[in-house]
Design a protein around this ligand. Structure first.
Ligand SMILES: *Cc1c(COP(=O)(O)O)cnc(C)c1O
Length: 388
């Protein structure tokens, strides 16, 4: 059997009939949009991620747009984010009319460099063209960013902090989820993410009821919500009052039904991913640079990313043995045409530029069997040994 880069079929088989029954139940119920599984899933996700308020939405991208809209971030505003990430992290700023400002990453974790963030904010303030409003930190490859340091910088400058945890939902730092430090944590349920559904979906987690209420409104065309209606009387159904410009970002009921099933095994899967990561680290010691997780951090291992100076050679050697691999991310966002005009922190992004040349990711999922993993490790060691 071919080696999978991410194996969703073994998970589907494990979840078995209850998963298929849950989907069929929604199909038969007719409650395709905002059915009861949506509220049940939001509650369950909040319990898992220790978030008082959870909003399910259409995608991980929309989960980032919604809080920016809620805070009124737009033209003339700056939002700081890494460039070494998936495009969606930076795409949402131009979508609301604001400007991304790119910040470099730390060489060992690939996550936002708090000192460079501080320098980037100071530089934007000194220039006076944009108003700093928010920071989006990314839990790249599944591990938490340095939230104690990043949130201290954000607080110092009076900026909102979003944790883009599309790859990292379930990760912790010193036992706390990113939301402990951030105003908002977002995630994606794209199928290949650690917690994925069978299509598109996302969520916004927060601690502030007023913000959550606003997000509920924005998710469905700016509809009137609790805080809009309280203390007022209407001579028509306030459901059709549109209080603000919103959008349609509802998650399908079927996806909530799938996620309710997947959430029951998610903690076990995170443990399995960590066992796979530990075996890689042990087996690849001395052959390639293996990942480092921040002290006190637990990664959910969306990717297992190694570094090698002979990336093309290693990818080809693995491909010859039918072992899949991938490069995240070969072209950092600040070097892509449509994003190249946006500002960068002082001195540019030398770590991001260097890492983009040497990183590559290996098959990683909770169901990677030891003998298959041994084949992958042996293939890497054989290639590196040949070139030594
Ligand atoms: C996948 C991803 C997103 C976007 O999620 P979608 O559900 O695909 O819209 C945002 N940020 C990061 C870091 C991601 O990996």
């Amino acid at each position: 059997m071919a080696i999978a880069f991410i194996d969703l079929q073994t998970q589907r088989a494990r979840l078995g009939q209850p998963l298929e029954d849950a989907i069929l139940k929604v199909v038969r119920s007719g409650a395709y949009v905002m059915g009861p599984e949506i509220a049940a899933f939001e509650k369950a996700l909040g319990e898992f991620g220790r978030a008082p308020f959870v909003l399910s939405c259409g995608s991980g991208t929309e989960a980032l747009i919604l809080p920016l809209m809620a805070w009124g971030i737009g033209p003339g505003d700056a939002v700081f984010c890494p460039s070494f990430t998936f495009a969606a992290t930076a795409e949402v700023m131009p979508l609301v009319g604001a400007s991304p400002v790119f910040v470099d990453v730390l060489p060992d974790t690939y996550n936002m460099d708090p000192a460079h963030l501080d320098a980037a904010i100071e530089a934007v303030k000194a220039k006076g063209e944009l108003t700093p409003k928010a920071v989006i930190a990314v839990d790249l490859f599944g591990q938490p960013a340095d939230y104690p340091a990043i949130s201290a910088v954000a607080k110092k400058h009076g900026l909102k902090l979003i944790s883009d945890s599309a790859q990292g939902f379930g990760c912790t730092l010193n036992g706390e989820h990113p939301l402990h430090w951030a105003d908002v944590a977002t995630t994606s349920f794209f199928p290949a993410k650690p917690l994925g559904c069978y299509g598109d979906g996302g969520a916004v987690l927060c601690k502030d009821e007023r913000l959550h209420d606003l997000l509920v409104s924005l998710r469905v065309h700016g509809q009137a919500v609790k805080s809009d209606i309280e203390g007022r009387t209407f001579d028509h159904d306030p459901k059709y009052l549109n209080m603000r410009i919103g959008m349609n970002s509802r998650m399908d009921t079927i996806q909530a039904a799938v996620l309710l099933q997947k959430l029951t095994i998610f903690a076990d899967e995170i443990a399995a991913r960590n066992r796979v990561a530990d075996r890689y680290a042990e087996g690849l010691k001395g052959a390639v640079k293996t990942p480092k997780v921040i002290d006190g951090g637990v990664s959910v291992w969306a990717q297992y990313t190694i570094e090698t100076d002979d990336r093309d050679g290693l990818i080809a050697a693995l491909r010859a043995k039918e072992i899949p691999s991938a490069v995240y991310y070969p072209i950092p966002i600040h070097r892509q045409g449509v994003y190249s005009g946006y500002p960068q922190g002082p001195g540019g992004l030398p770590v991001t530029d260097a890492k983009a040349e040497v990183v590559m990711s290996l098959p990683m999922h909770p169901y990677l069997e030891a003998d298959v993993q041994d084949q992958i490790i042996a293939a890497i060691r054989a290639h590196v040994g040949k070139n030594a």
